[in-house]
Design a protein around this ligand. Structure first.
Ligand code: PMP
Length: 337
């Protein structure tokens, strides 16, 4: 008899479970609207041309080896990732008051950030929007934080419940962590306007809340990398502190490469370097160090002007197609009314 005989079957993950059902389904008309992965007009996964090019460059470079990366990952990747989300002219970068560590995509970045906060930050409560990506609650709970929610979506207007959001953040305990979707809020697609972001920023700073940005879709909301980073950049530019989890799953189509970054913007360079030393202690017993291939692809693209420009064009094509597909779906549903 198995020593595991008592183990009960766990339910499928509600999102990934849709893929399991999809793969089983024999219908030629099937469409998988579960996992948020980009598909071409033919319904196929897309590898960006610029990613293929970067991979060719990496394969042809015989000086490249498969040694372990440092605990914090690839240095170039980290530097360029911070610049991508904060902007090349970011005061936080110029003042060297930011630490960036390569993590296992967006999920891993959230988890490492969560564990760091549970260990070293005085307020263990994190407020997440209602609704939010289903994994947030589990990631932060397992990291050792207490998860509460703030009002976000108003079904009546199918828009932002801005008053509810402000009220809930105003009554959060001073110092509480607040998870904010940098853009393309999942699952609602509803984002605050720039004016609303400014009000959120003022409230967050006046209540001394700690913002934790989840940036899983930079470039996917508007087609512009800079446009989609405006929320984060305002917070990083006001001199205050924040955390940022970045993912390259969607905007570079690197889903399975698991490439992302956690940045912690600190008050000064001394704090940032001490924070980094503690991030290493979180990472080392979890997975030792991150994988090299995906981060090398990203660094190759981000550091070359031509490849970077090519990426922005392919990214905009994906974003434009998503926007146009949604419009067509909306219009066809309307026409059926
Ligand atoms: N945050 C949000 C809001 C997401 O939608 C996703 C992916 N669906 C992630 C984080 C994590 O994605 P990954 O770990 O693949 O980067």
């Amino acid at each position: 008899n198995s020593v595991f005989a008592h183990v009960v079957r766990a339910p499928e993950d509600p999102i990934l479970g849709v893929t399991v059902a999809y793969n089983k389904d024999q219908s030629p008309l099937k469409l998988n609207l579960g996992v948020g992965a980009y598909r071409t007009e033919e319904g196929k996964p897309l590898v960006l041309n610029v990613v293929r090019k970067a991979e060719q460059l990496l394969v042809n470079d015989m000086s490249r080896v498969k040694e372990y990366l440092p605990i914090v990952g690839l240095a170039d990747f980290n530097k360029l990732s911070a610049r991508l989300i904060l902007g090349a002219d970011s005061p936080a970068i110029q003042e060297n008051r930011i630490t960036t560590v390569q993590c296992l995509s967006g999920t891993g970045s959230l988890r490492v950030g969560g564990e760091f906060l549970a260990k070293h930050y005085h307020e263990r409560t994190i407020y997440i929007p209602q609704p939010t990506w289903g994994n947030h609650t589990k990631v932060f709970t397992l990291a050792g934080l207490t998860v509460k929610s703030y009002r976000y979506y108003d079904p009546a207007t199918r828009g932002l419940n801005f008053q509810g959001l402000l009220e809930d953040l105003r009554s959060a305990p001073a110092g509480a962590i607040v998870l904010l979707h940098a853009c393309a809020h999942n699952p609602t697609g509803v984002d605050p306007t720039l004016e609303q972001w400014e009000q959120i920023r003022q409230l967050v700073r006046s209540r001394e809340l700690l913002p934790f940005f989840d940036s899983a879709y930079q470039g996917f909301a508007s087609g512009s990398l800079d446009g989609d980073a405006q929320s984060v950049r305002r917070f990083a530019a006001d001199g205050g502190e924040c955390l940022i989890a970045q993912s390259y799953a969607k905007n570079m189509g690197l889903y399975g490469e698991r490439v992302g970054a956690l940045s912690i913007v600190c008050k000064n360079a001394d704090v940032a370097s001490k924070v980094e030393s503690q991030l290493k202690l979180v990472i080392r017993p979890m997975y030792s160090n991150p994988p090299i291939h995906g981060a090398s692809i990203v660094a190759t693209i981000l550091k070359d002007r031509d490849l970077f420009n090519e990426w922005t064009i392919e990214l905009k094509e994906m974003a434009d197609r998503i926007i146009s597909m949604r419009l067509q779906l909306f219009e066809s549903l309307h026409a059926k009314d």
